[in-house]
Design a binder for this molecule. Structure first.
Ligand code: UDP
Length: 335
């Protein structure tokens, strides 16, 4: 029987896109999700959803045995930076301690392949852009620290127990499945593109632009936005790399070019033909002026070729998804 990959957090934003990419590639999967922020309907019908917590060793034992799991992709976790500053211990529990429990289960069951969702937040406020994978890691918030600790556990467990891993350090993930099967559905939006779409649709009074006095060409922060479907493809390639017997890797996930907050807003306005209500506000604490990935290594090591690397496509897909959610809500309220 073919082995299954265990995807933790498969009902969430990125996890659900990866489940669809795996299903499209004919790769069997099973997911564990506690549905704290994820949605049941985001999981493809062909994938068993086990409702529960990744921090439970007994549940992991059961799922791994029952489904013949040979590899793990670990998405489950908390991702809101300001929240991590207010509730650091919740972040260490939910991100670091749960990962420890999961790694323990891998070692116990002889699973030697793991793909891990990490973040450019491990670099903190970098001295230079573009940022390559050998840049120093120096997170400036508990979220980034909680992810870096898991990276360290993976490195040490790799050396001691032969657990091979691909650590993917995401830059700014945005957009939605072009087929409209899933998207970002968390009710509390903090990420720029989602917030801008909500402002455009009148779901919030305005987008607040956090800082216009940064040392960048137009004064607003620059980020490397990557389409979630390209990111999902990178995960499938990472899994195939490990299944071929490939070695452990740390790879940035970004396109290697940046866009400013103003450029994002302008692009959204040009694809929609509408105006984004926006107010210019002060800087948000902890935002580095520029985060842009050095994008060569993932292409070299995994043969990753992005298919959706235009800001237009990212914001267009994000906006269609937001409209779809709007209709869903209207349908519910009307029923
Ligand atoms: N940003 C903004 N208004 C918002 C949300 C974000 O101006 O409502 C800016 C933020 O200051 C940063 C960029 O958009 O410069 C990307 O922020 P986001 O929270 O999307 O991702 P981050 O880079 O913090 O992970």
């Amino acid at each position: 029987p073919s082995s299954r990959v265990l995807v933790t957090g498969g009902a969430g934003y990125i996890g659900s896109h990866v489940l669809h990419a795996l299903a499209d590639a004919g790769i069997p999967a099973v997911t564990i999700d506690n549905l704290s922020t994820g949605r049941r309907q985001a999981v493809p019908a062909s994938v068993p959803l086990v409702e529960g917590d990744v921090g439970s060793p007994a549940l992991l034992d059961e799922v791994i045995r029952e489904h013949g799991v040979d590899a793990v992709m670990h998405f489950a976790g908390s991702i809101v930076v300001p929240e991590s500053v207010e509730k650091p211990l919740a972040y260490y529990r939910n991100n670091t301690v749960s990962s420890l429990t999961l790694l323990d289960a891998c070692v116990r069951h002889g699973i030697d392949k793991l793909v891990f969702s990490s973040t450019a937040a491990v670099y903190g406020a970098p001295e230079r852009v573009p940022i390559d994978e050998d840049a120093p890691t120096a997170p400036i918030n508990p979220y980034g620290a909680s992810k870096l600790m898991t990276e360290q556990m993976l490195r040490d467990a790799g050396a001691a127990h032969g657990l091979r891993s691909v650590i993917l350090r995401y830059f700014n993930v945005a957009g939605a499945d072009p087929a409209g099967r899933t998207g970002q559905a968390t009710p509390v939006a903090t990420h720029l593109i989602k917030v801008a779409c909500q402002a455009l649709l009148g779901q919030r009074p305005a987008l607040s632009v956090f800082g216009t006095d940064y040392p960048t060409p137009d004064g607003t922060c620059i980020r490397d936005y990557i389409h979630v479907s390209d990111l999902a493809d990178a995960h499938v390639l990472a899994l195939l790399h490990l299944r071929r017997g490939g070695d452990s890797l740390i790879l940035n996930c970004g396109y290697g070019r940046g866009a400013s907050v103003r450029e994002v807003v302008r692009t959204l306005e040009s694809v929609s033909g509408e105006t984004v209500p926006a107010t210019l506000g002060p800087r948000r604490a902890g935002d580095p002026p520029q985060l842009v990935s050095a994008a060569a290594r993932i292409r070299e090591r995994l043969g990753w070729v992005p298919k959706h690397d235009s800001l237009e496509e990212i914001v267009r897909s994000a906006l269609s998804w937001e409209r779809r959610l709007d209709q869903e809500r209207a349908g519910r309220d009307g029923a």
